[in-house]
Design a protein around this ligand. Structure first.
Ligand code: ATP
Ligand code: MG
Length: 584
């Protein structure tokens, strides 16, 4: 919780791997500042020495000195800029990798509650802002504080009164910039949030286009889009206007100070309190101050933006990884795949009523257990507990006697093949969608999986297995998507199979073919199979009947047919639905 308030400081440790570069960078910056601050001193020496006393012979020496100092400054700045680029982009990559890894580790519920547009704007925009500040802003801030200090010190050495006047004039500048930046921080945050909103609307429009058109919601959504874009524009106008006012003041004020210095300095020179060279040096230093003063504003703005960006990032980073590896989690050893639910209860995060209560179920090794129940009875929820898409809120689930929460997610999920009701395909090739980063030894396995799922259609796609599917790719039918998802689940012969209504969108003929092949696969695995149709139920050794989050009966299909009126009723409804489908 405390990290939530740390803001940008939380991301400073990302610089640690690059300590050497950062140190080199600081040294280079100090060298550049030292050289820059020395130059006006040489100029003063030239004016008060050779120029005043007409000793032209010494001029080349001084000129050479200035050139040497200028080269030193240039070299220092070059090294600093180059290194800060390397460091900041490396840091950005590290941060973005962590962000992505964290997103993946989060509970499914997190994604139910977050708009993807808001996530996108954080993954791209906010990380970029933090990177710019930590990689450039902070370094500049250090450089400017040092440069400011060095220059002010030199000013006081040259003339006390002039330096005091200059320092006094800097006070209103600081006050103005403080005022501006408090105001600006609010606007910056609003711009970032509104950008997220716009992204969300565009995304919804793109992904839900069919439903939107089918329900004639185009106008409604377009209206919403227009409002949000207009709001974003207005906030941006406000931001531009605020900045314009500020920068105008910031260019005007230093010039006013300059006028004062020239006037006071002129008198001081005439009264011989200050040499001509001293006055020139003073004015040169004054110009060296203007840039840090401008940049101070810019850095503060950057810091404020980075602060809001950090808070927005932390909102994601702090989202609990409810499902996470315990520190002492072990690898799940390859066993026989016996699954036990022991007095399991489950409530969705934020939900009030438990969706599952007092569930005891024993799926023997190698057995296929079907789950049957009305819609909303908790079948999908129960199935999701096995690959730990959610953790139980009471009781426990074990595989081969290991509590699922005691083993690493990676080892658990590596042994489970899953296909859920709504088959999600990613914008990637068929091949990538099937393999999903797993180590698949040979193409033969791939072929077998596609055969089991009757997904031979993939060979006829325009580019075969390399055809892009998903959001930006080739459009597959619901049945085709389901068959790919099934192939993905059985690929690599996992010990445990979780199949949630895997054939609901497949036609009866194809279903029969898949069932024949699926029977072989199920023989080598422990499986939980959510099913409605009698033909799919025939694949199961036993059936568990769910009602209202409770298991009301477990037995073979014929036992349940004999003893459970609810079971008979559900199957009768299903048969009717199939007939109606066949008749129409
Ligand atoms: N993400 C969620 N957050 C809160 N409640 C949920 C969530 N998903 C499902 N539920 C609720 O949990 C209950 C069980 O849902 P579940 O999806 O497990 O039922 P099901 O048996 O699979 O139904 P179906 O046959 O329609 O697929 C329902 O009351 C549902 O409203
Ligand atoms: Mg379901």
């Amino acid at each position: 919780m405390s990290s939530r308030h740390k803001g940008v400081r939380r991301y400073l440790p990302y610089l640690r791997p690059y300590t050497r570069q950062v140190v080199t960078m600081c040294v280079a910056a100090m060298v550049a500042i030292a050289a820059a601050t020395a130059i006006p001193q040489v100029i003063k020496a030239i004016i008060d020495g050779p120029v005043t006393h007409r000793q032209t012979a010494d001029l080349p020496l001084y000129a050479g000195l200035v050139v040497a100092l200028a080269l030193m400054e240039a070299a220092g700045n070059f090294i600093r800029r180059n290194l800060s680029g390397t460091v900041s982009f490396n840091m950005e990559t590290d941060l973005r990798n962590d962000f992505y890894a964290h997103l993946q580790s989060l509970q499914v519920a997190f994604h139910d509650n977050w708009q993807s547009g808001q996530l996108l704007s954080r993954a791209i925009g906010d990380i970029n802002t933090v990177r710019r500040f930590v990689g450039f802003g902070l370094i500049f801030a250090i450089v400017f504080v040092v440069q400011f200090g060095a220059v002010v010190f030199m000013l006081f050495r040259l003339d006390l009164l002039l330096a005091a006047v200059t320092a006094l004039m800097a006070l209103p500048v600081a006050a103005i910039s403080r005022h501006f930046f408090t105001k600006y921080a609010v606007i910056a945050r609003r711009v970032q949030d509104q950008q997220g909103d716009v992204t969300t609307v565009i995304e919804e429009m793109a992904t839900g286009v069919r439903i939107i058109k089918a329900f004639g919601r185009d106008a409604l959504l377009f209206g919403r889009y227009r409002t949000e874009v207009a709001e974003l524009r207005d906030t941006n106008f406000l931001s531009v206007d605020t900045r314009a006012q500020f920068w105008t003041l910031m260019t005007l004020l230093p010039n006013l100070i300059l006028v004062l210095v020239v006037l006071l300095g002129g008198f001081a020179t005439l009264n011989h309190q200050l040499s001509v060279g001293g006055l020139v040096a003073f004015i040169t230093y004054l110009f060296m101050l203007i840039w840090p003063m401008d940049a101070l504003g810019w850095i503060l703005a950057m810091g404020d933006e980075a602060q809001t960006a950090s808070i927005r990032l932390s909102e994601v980073f702090d989202s609990l990884r409810d499902v996470d590896d315990r520190p002492d989690a072990d690898t799940l050893p390859a066993g026989r795949g016996e699954i036990r639910f022991e007095n399991v209860s489950f409530t969705y995060p934020g939900g009030r009523a438990p969706v599952l209560a007092g569930v005891d179920l024993h799926v023997r090794a190698g057995e296929t257990m079907a789950l049957v129940g009305r819609t909303g009875s908790g079948k999908t929820t129960l199935a999701m507990l096995v690959p730990r898409l959610y953790d139980v809120t009471g009781g426990r689930v074990t595989i081969d006697g290991h509590d699922l929460r005691d083993v690493t997610l990676r080892s658990l999920r590596a042994q489970i093949g899953t296909a859920f009701e709504d088959p999600i395909l990613f914008s990637a090739s068929v091949h990538e969608n099937l393999v999903m980063g797993r180590a698949i030894s040979d193409d033969e396995e791939l072929k077998q999986a596609l055969e089991v799922a009757e997904a031979g259609f993939v060979w006829e796609l325009p580019w075969g297995l390399e055809t892009r599917v998903g959001e930006q790719g080739y459009t597959l039918s619901g049945g085709q998507r389901q068959r790919l998802a099934l192939a993905r689940a059985v690929l690599g012969h996992p010990r445990v199979l979780i199949l949630d209504d895997p054939l609901s969108s497949v036609d009866v003929h194809t279903e029969a073919q898949i069932e024949a092949a699926l029977r072989r696969v199920l023989q080598g695995a422990t499986a939980i199979l959510v099913a409605h149709r009698p033909s799919t139920l025939a694949l199961a050794d036993r059936v568990a009947l769910l009602d209202g989050g409770h298991i009301v009966a477990v037995g073979t299909h014929s036992e349940l047919m004999r003893n459970q009126p609810l079971y008979r009723q559900l199957l009768a409804q299903e048969a009717e639905a199939v007939e109606r489908g066949a008749a129409s």
